[in-house]
Design a protein around this ligand. Structure first.
Ligand code: UD1
Ligand code: CA
Length: 452
């Protein structure tokens, strides 16, 4: 039977105290809703409907290019009302899986179980906590059968003591769900049409309600406040650290690493404290990353060391390189093997050949640097003339003296030596020393000015 998913994401999220729609707040670098959509996609549904309302344009814009059926809920009258907006677009014969857009860490596994169990009637995901404050409680009858859900704000003291709570996911047959939903009223503390009333209505009509318990509490944790988001971020990061450690990565501190994307590691990789990995990052065998580094969409080959406080972004780093401390690789930096990029060196849209070194205080932009080149301290490629960018080429085996400025476009031919402090604006001949600076003079008899 065809599966269709409906994700409820129209709420404002008042408790976040933010102008950003709640489902766009980020967990592990991605909007909450993106996590929910990813879990849904893993089940290969025929369609994914997202109910939007508060900040709807921003929510839609965050997912342009994705296959999503958008459904508007102009006024947010409750989760039941939200599902009601989507159901007319769902095929009558489909199985519907309804997800909360603010419960981001749900696993595809739990969702699969839910869909399987929904064949008998209605399936709901539940979890247990000693104090599930804020959540809807699962009321069971004397024989343990699910009877209904009571929302926290409508619950009597005895019901508040119930530990089992509704985790925000349910699955059922589309036409039966529509029938139950039509009976939901808004006579409750929040004057809302609660989706959770469907459970009591279904059970009351004799349908079987199956509760599927989620294995991990953080998997079903909802995000209603920044505090809950912060707690969940740590829980998620800790689970990722666990996976890295299990895969053989050495972490200096499992609580102080943040992965906001995909981190792929070879064997015997070491990661020191406070590193952030964003997008797709690949670290080869034996790579060491020092403390406080940020790596975004980079690949680092075997045996390379990235020292403290380095920022690497959209770059490729070869084997056995030494980067940092305090190095910055910007988009388009491509380093071959055995390259050294030292402190306060910035590399942008440049290739650097094997064994070349720029160890101190340099800007290398739009450059092509060959092998075994030494770029002296303070060397600058002057790539920008105020209108356009130009390229600097430094061929193999050159030695660039300290504080040279290379005014692009310019080519430093193979084996050139450039005198310290030179401003080079013309191509240089191979194998020669080029010096371009005023001759040093000393003035005998010169006296400093004195105040009268
Ligand atoms: C809901 C459940 C509660 C459950 C909890 C689990 C109801 C009535 N209560 O409570 O039993 O324990 O989730 O996390 O369903 N939304 C809309 N339109 C609306 C209202 C909400 O699309 O009119 C969306 C929100 O954007 C959100 C989701 O539905 O993504 C849940 O709404 P929220 O107000 O956060 O419900 P809870 O109070 O957390
Ligand atoms: Ca919620």
């Amino acid at each position: 039977m065809a599966l269709e998913v409906v994700i409820l994401a129209a709420g404002q999220g008042k408790r976040m105290r933010s102008d950003l729609p709640k489902v766009l707040h980020r967990l592990a670098g991605r909007p909450l809703l993106a996590h929910v959509i990813a879990a849904a996609r893993a089940l290969k549904p025929a369609k994914i409907h997202v109910v939007h309302g508060h900040g709807g344009e921003a929510v839609k814009a965050a997912f342009t290019g994705e296959r999503i059926e958008w459904v508007e809920q102009a006024r947010q009258l409750g989760t039941g009302h939200a599902l009601q907006q989507a159901l007319p677009k769902v095929s009558r014969a489909a199985t519907v899986l309804v997800l909360n857009g603010d419960v981001p860490m749900v696993s595809a596994d739990t969702l699969r179980k839910l869909v399987r169990a929904s064949g008998k009637g209605l399936a709901i995901a539940t979890s247990e906590l000693s104090d599930p404050a804020g959540y809807g409680r699962v009321v069971r009858d004397a024989r343990g059968r699910v009877q209904r859900i009571v929302e926290h704000r409508d619950a009597r003291p005895k019901e508040l003591a119930i530990r089992e709570w509704y985790a925000g996911f349910l699955a059922g047959h589309a036409s039966r769900l529509a029938g139950w939903l039509a009976k939901v009223a808004n006579r409750n503390a929040q004057k809302e049409y609660y989706l959770t009333d469907v459970i009591g209505i279904a059970a009351g009509s004799g349908a079987q309600v199956t509760a599927i318990k989620a294995s991990e509490t953080w998997e079903v944790a909802g995000v209603n406040s920044r505090h809950e988001l912060a707690i969940l971020e740590r829980a998620f990061q800790n689970a990722q650290s666990r996976r890295l450690l299990d895969a053989g990565v050495a972490l200096a501190d499992l609580w102080r690493v943040d992965v906001r994307g995909e981190l792929e590691c070879g064997t015997d990789v070491f990661i020191d404290v406070n590193c952030v990995f964003e997008g797709r990052v690949k670290l080869g065998d034996g790579v060491r990353v020092g403390p406080n580094c940020v790596l975004r969409n980079v690949s680092v080959a075997t045996g390379t060391e990235v020292h403290a406080f380095s920022l690497l972004e959209d770059a490729e780093v070869g084997a056995r390189c030494r980067i940092g401390p305090y190095a910055r690789l910007r988009p388009g930096a491509k380093l071959a093997r055995d390259v050294h990029i030292g402190n306060f060196v910035e590399v942008k849209a440049s290739r650097i050949g094997a064994g070349s070194k720029a160890n101190h205080l340099s800007y290398i932009g739009d450059a092509e640097i060959g092998a075994r080149v030494n770029v002296g301290a303070g060397t600058i490629t002057c790539n920008y003339d105020g209108v356009a960018k130009h390229r600097t080429v430094i061929e193999d085996d050159c030695f660039i003296g300290s504080d040279a400025t290379l005014v692009a476009p310019v080519r430093i031919a193979r084996g050139s030596y450039i005198g310290a402090g030179s401003t080079i604006s013309k191509d240089t001949p191979a194998g020669q020393l080029t010096v371009a600076r005023a001759k040093q003079v000393s003035l005998p008899g010169w006296k400093p000015k004195r105040k009268a």
